[in-house]
Design a protein around this ligand. Structure first.
Ligand SMILES: Nc1ncnc2c1ncn2[C@@H]1O[C@H](COP(=O)(O)OP(=O)(O)OP(=O)(O)O)[C@@H](O)[C@H]1O
Length: 615
């Protein structure tokens, strides 16, 4: 049956899954972490309770035999210094060289020495959530097969390194994607290399090496198996099939040694074809709705036809019902608002209203619970990604409650592209306006302070004057009222600049500049940011964002296209907690007028498909 790990009974059987100690349970004397270098090498290390970054780096230095003084240990957003309390058993840590020292890469030691030091098993599930329990049976099958000589085989399609892992009968049972073989990652086997782990990747707001966490997040968020995401876990896996590039010389090494990788492991789902190979009219409305609901929640930027597997039901070669299986969620939950890619957006099924069951599911989504769950299960996920989840979930909930259909919601999230121009999506415009309102509130807070100061000052002056005896010397102590030059719109001191860890692209939209010039009022008056040419109009604005943006070439499944990758209109990491909360309040307030606007724009245009339509 598609999408189910093996039964809990099988999970009782002993496999090479760590008997993990979860968050908060530090009574045990040791914890194990997996340290991954920027070039992909992975080593399991036992930590003592009192270990800190310094002692851990010493251990790494001894294990890898490389200097670690000019390097940092990171875990998602956190750089680890003294306090290791957030680190739970089986956490994957990243050893990054400080920027100044990036020129010399840490060599990847894939040889015997490293393996001998690493006593962990062939495949270990990272994390100890009950949600992953079902994967142990699958892992056990794979280990048995490998021990009997049934090795994994590389997958040819796709840009990243991926491997089919098999059972003892030679059947594919899982697809494993190592994080250091993603597009642009150091050990990518298909020639797409050039970046270190942690740098912006194929999508600017998804860092190299972090797509595997997202695959697992999509599975965890797919409550009740609503959208049919195949079960997915994060693993540390050791095998000689994996690719290792010669980082120094840019060559592919002939790897014959076992090498350990951090990877996503997803259950293989037998299928007949994918959505890019076939007409879509036989696709069930509810399957598309459910996948669309997930895509919107997680802001999927990569839902192309190749990422929807199709399995026929009943009857060989029959054109009966089909089942859809969404795969490849590595490019969801970006760190800033991105342009999503929703293949389903123009399929007629997406214009059919949501069913009662779907509306109920949407209503019951709880983005705060979801982000807390992800913080627990995948603590390396960055806060900015969780903010994307919260924002998009709220957007979905409000839009569905307003009565918009899947296609309308998807369109509101999508940017418009013209020759060398890109316009922010409706969602991005709403966010920019909400950010501006938050800023205005910040300003009025300071302005109120200023008025208070002036008022106080006048009172002080009056009091002083009334107490003053006429100064015959002419030396009055009364000063001219203070003029408080505070809170000009350009004043950068108002901006809470949380360190933007993503290395900024040279073509980041200059939000401050945008904000300064536009002061997005409810009427969204037209603005023009000089050579950057950002034009705004009221309502559905005639916006144009004109600049030469960079492209990354992408050959993806059936898609062969050029995508602009470096534009970010709305960042999340530049708001502190208070600003973020206020932003969400303002964002919600702006939704109703925006939906009304969209409704009036699309009414009459949209082919109204009733439930009588047959698919
Ligand atoms: N869970 C799965 N079950 C069966 N086949 C799968 C599964 N996941 C992926 N595949 C197959 O493996 C191929 C490559 O996988 P995937 O698209 O996830 O890799 P990728 O490198 O991320 O690709 P892309 O560059 O298209 O994003 C897919 O085209 C599909 O045929």
């Amino acid at each position: 049956m598609a999408g189910k790990f093996d039964s809990p009974v099988q999970t009782q059987m002993a496999v090479a899954v760590s008997n993990g100690v979860c968050n908060g349970e530090y009574r045990s004397r040791t914890r194990r972490v997996f340290v991954q270098t920027e070039t992909g090498c992975v080593l399991g290390l036992e930590l003592d309770r009192n270990d800190n970054a310094h002692t851990v780096k010493r251990k790494i230095q001894i294990a890898f035999n490389v200097p670690t003084d000019e390097s940092s240990l990171t875990f998602g957003d956190r750089t680890l210094n003294e306090d290791f309390s957030a680190i739970r058993n089986d956490s994957p840590l990243l050893l990054t060289r400080n920027v100044m020292h990036r020129s010399s890469s840490t060599p990847c030691l894939s040889g015997k020495n490293l393996q001998q030091r690493d006593q962990s098993s062939l495949i270990e599930i990272l994390g100890c959530s009950a949600r992953f329990d079902g994967a142990t049976g699958l892992v056990k099958e794979i280990i048995k097969a490998i021990k009997n000589g049934v090795d994994p085989i590389p997958v040819n399609s796709g840009l990243g390194g991926a491997y089919y892992f098999r059972n003892i009968k030679g059947e594919n049972v899982a697809i494993v994607k190592p994080t250091d073989e993603e597009p642009f990652a150091p050990n990518n086997p298909k020639g797409f290399i050039g970046k270190a782990l942690g740098q912006p990747g194929l999508k600017h707001s998804v860092r190299v090496g972090e797509t595997g966490f997202r695959e697992v997040a999509a599975y965890l968020l797919d409550y009740d198996h609503f959208a049919n995401v195949p079960p997915t876990v994060l693993v540390k896996v050791t095998h000689s099939v994996f690719n290792v590039n010669d980082v120094m010389n840019g060559n592919k090494l002939q790897n014959t040694n076992k090498v350990s990788k951090i990877a996503s492991l997803q259950q293989f789902i037998p299928h007949d074809f994918d959505a890019s190979d076939h007409g879509t009219s036989s696709f069930p409305v509810d399957a598309i709705h459910r996948i669309g609901i997930l895509d919107i929640r997680i802001l999927n930027t990569d839902r192309h036809g190749g990422n929807l597997l199709v399995r026929k039901f009943g009857g060989v070669g029959g054109f009966g019902e089909v089942e859809l299986i969404p795969i490849d969620h590595g490019l969801c939950l970006p760190e800033s608002l991105e342009d999503p890619y929703f293949e389903w957006i123009h399929w007629p099924q997406a214009s059919i209203p949501f069913s009662e069951i779907e509306l109920e599911y949407i209503k019951n989504i709880d983005p705060i619970r979801d982000s807390n769950m992800l913080r627990t299960e995948l603590p390396m996920i960055r806060e900015a990604c969780l903010r994307a989840l919260v924002l998009c979930s709220i957007f979905l909930q409000e839009a569905a409650a307003f009565g918009l259909c899947l296609a309308e919601i998807g369109e509101m999230m999508s940017r418009q592209f013209h020759v060398q121009q890109v316009e922010p999506s409706d969602l991005e415009v709403i966010c920019l306006e909400a950010k501006e309102l938050v800023r205005e509130i910040d300003l009025s807070f300071f302005e109120a302070d200023e008025r208070d100061d002036e008022f106080q000052f006048v009172m002080d002056c009056e009091a002083a004057q009334s107490n003053l005896a006429p100064d015959m010397s002419g030396n009055s102590s009364v000063k001219a009222p203070l003029h408080y030059e505070f809170g000009s719109v350009n004043d950068q001191s108002f901006l809470a600049h949380v360190d933007e860890a993503v290395e900024e692209s040279e073509i980041q939209v200059d939000e401050d500049r945008f904000r300064t010039a536009s002061r997005l009022s409810p009427s969204l008056k037209k603005v023009n940011l000089g050579e950057k040419g950002f034009h705004y109009h009221c309502g559905k604005p005639e916006r144009s964002y004109t600049m030469g943006y960079s492209y990354s070439s992408r050959v993806s499944g059936s898609v062969n296209e050029q995508l602009p990758t470096s534009i970010s209109f709305v960042k999340f990491s530049d708001m502190n907690e208070d600003e973020w909360n206020l932003f969400i309040v303002k964002f919600k307030e702006l939704l109703y007028p925006a939906f009304t606007n969209v409704r009036s724009r699309t009414i009459g245009q949209r082919q109204k498909l009733g439930n009588s339509c047959q698919f």
